[in-house]
Design a protein around this ligand. Structure first.
Ligand code: CAA
Length: 374
């Protein structure tokens, strides 16, 4: 029985900061960010967006009536949770028109949770072949102004439907490596993560080195906290991929920044959208890493119809119609974001809604969030 990814959707906020602009403001040689770290832009959540609106946009772009009738499980992977009790996906349930009898859970293990969710979803579908599982991976990677991680920030969401008729790719069992590490974590008292940047890079590479890779793959998609990490990962492999192919899997990540749980799947989307060849029946590698730490290497094989299952025009137009922020606007927007996330009450002003948005965080009332389809 084939089980795997049937649909793949992506949403990034329209607003971004160019890393040349950031470098100038921070008095840093821009090549450090664009070459040393490999990033061009960072997507940033606008005034009416959060992890839930981004996940709503990504899911709404792929779900049809059949999905809505057959999805019986929603797994929301995030390390930017807005609540310690209520699962983020519950806020989405009626706005997406899902049926009443859906199990909705939030899952957490840094950037790896989405991959853990993918394997749980595959196992669920193997037992219930008519069921579909919606996986949401949505995060705001925010380290704070003038921090070492600032140049690697980003925001975005991936939505995937897992089914027994996987039109994008069949997913195969992976190799999991788990070790207790202190490279990156966010304790409950802190709104930003505690990060040992050098240790985190070392941990990522240490876990990857433990993977037994006996054959070469034309492409390997990586969890990409910043684009240069994919170079660092590729160069330690026994069978590295070509520079040309490496640039293809890195392309979207360098335009968006780190999106934590969605990052590996953004690399997959980059491959699907940018490859200059037909990927049908090709098997590729996927490496997922979540600090703390879990690494998992697995393979997927593209279906013959993978291209038809992607909304290419929608994704192209998202990348083409972005708004570049000044450093002043960046500061204003992210100060607003931090203040809103720390508030128990908030009411959105209409001027803060962009034309392309279908969902907004409309209000927060005694800490409970209200979302609207517009
Ligand atoms: N021109 C070209 N390159 C330059 C340069 C210049 N003028 N100046 C510096 N560089 C290069 C450096 O040589 C370095 O390259 P190498 O790594 O190949 O040696 C690169 O630019 C970065 O420079 P630094 O190491 O000095 O940068 P830094 O210490 O200021 O910060 C960072 C880099 C550690 C990645 C930091 O951005 C950070 O902490 N980021 C957040 C943590 C992170 O992303 N960790 C990744 C693994 S953890 C994970 O994967 C989970 C997750 O999603 C977070």
């Amino acid at each position: 029985m084939k089980v795997g990814i049937d649909k793949l959707g992506f949403y990034a906020p329209k607003t971004y900061l160019d890393l040349e602009t950031l470098a100038q403001a921070r008095n840093v040689d821009s090549h450090k960010y664009t070459i040393g770290i490999g990033q061009k832009k960072m997507a940033l959540p606008s005034y009416s967006e959060d992890v839930i609106t981004m996940a709503l946009e990504a899911a709404d772009s792929i779900l049809d009536d059949l999905d809505k009738q057959s999805i019986d499980t929603v797994l929301f992977a995030t390390e930017t949770a807005v609540d310690f009790s209520k699962a983020a996906g519950i806020y989405m349930h009626s706005l997406l028109g899902l049926k009443p009898s859906v199990r909705i859970l939030e899952v957490k293990q840094a950037c790896y949770a989405s991959t853990g969710a993918l394997f749980m979803a595959c196992d669920h579908v193997k037992v219930h072949p008519s069921a579909r599982v919606l996986i949401l991976a949505s995060d705001v990677a925010w380290y704070g102004f003038e921090t070492a991680g600032e140049a690697t920030q980003g925001a975005g969401a991936i939505a995937m439907v897992v089914s027994a008729q996987p039109r994008i790719a069949e997913v195969f069992e992976g190799q999991v490596i788990t070790e207790n590490r202190s490279d990156f974590y966010r304790p409950s008292y802190s709104s930003i993560p505690v990060v040992d940047g050098k240790l985190s890079i070392e941990s990522y590479k240490t876990l990857l080195k433990k993977v037994e890779m006996k054959v070469s793959f034309p492409y390997i998609c990586f969890h990409m906290p910043f684009a240069k990490m994919a170079n660092k990962a590729n160069e330690i492999l026994e069978f590295p991929m070509s520079d040309e192919n490496l640039n293809i899997i890195k392309d979207y990540g360098s335009e968006i920044g780190n999106i934590y749980n969605g990052s590996l799947y953004l690399s997959l989307l980059s491959l699907i959208m940018k490859a200059n060849e037909d990927l049908s029946q090709q098997t590729i590698g996927m490496f997922s890493y979540g600090s703390g730490a879990i690494g998992e290497f697995f393979t997927i094989t593209f279906s013959n119809d993978y291209n038809k299952a992607i909304h290419r025009k929608h994704i192209d137009s998202m990348f083409e119609n972005r708004i570049s922020l000044s450093i002043k606007q960046y500061h204003h927007m992210m100060e607003f974001y931090q203040e809103r996330e720390a508030s128990s009450d908030f009411l959105l002003e209409d001027k803060y809604v962009y034309d392309h948005q279908k969902f907004v965080l409309h209000a927060i009332s005694k800490g409970h969030r209200e979302y609207k389809r517009i």
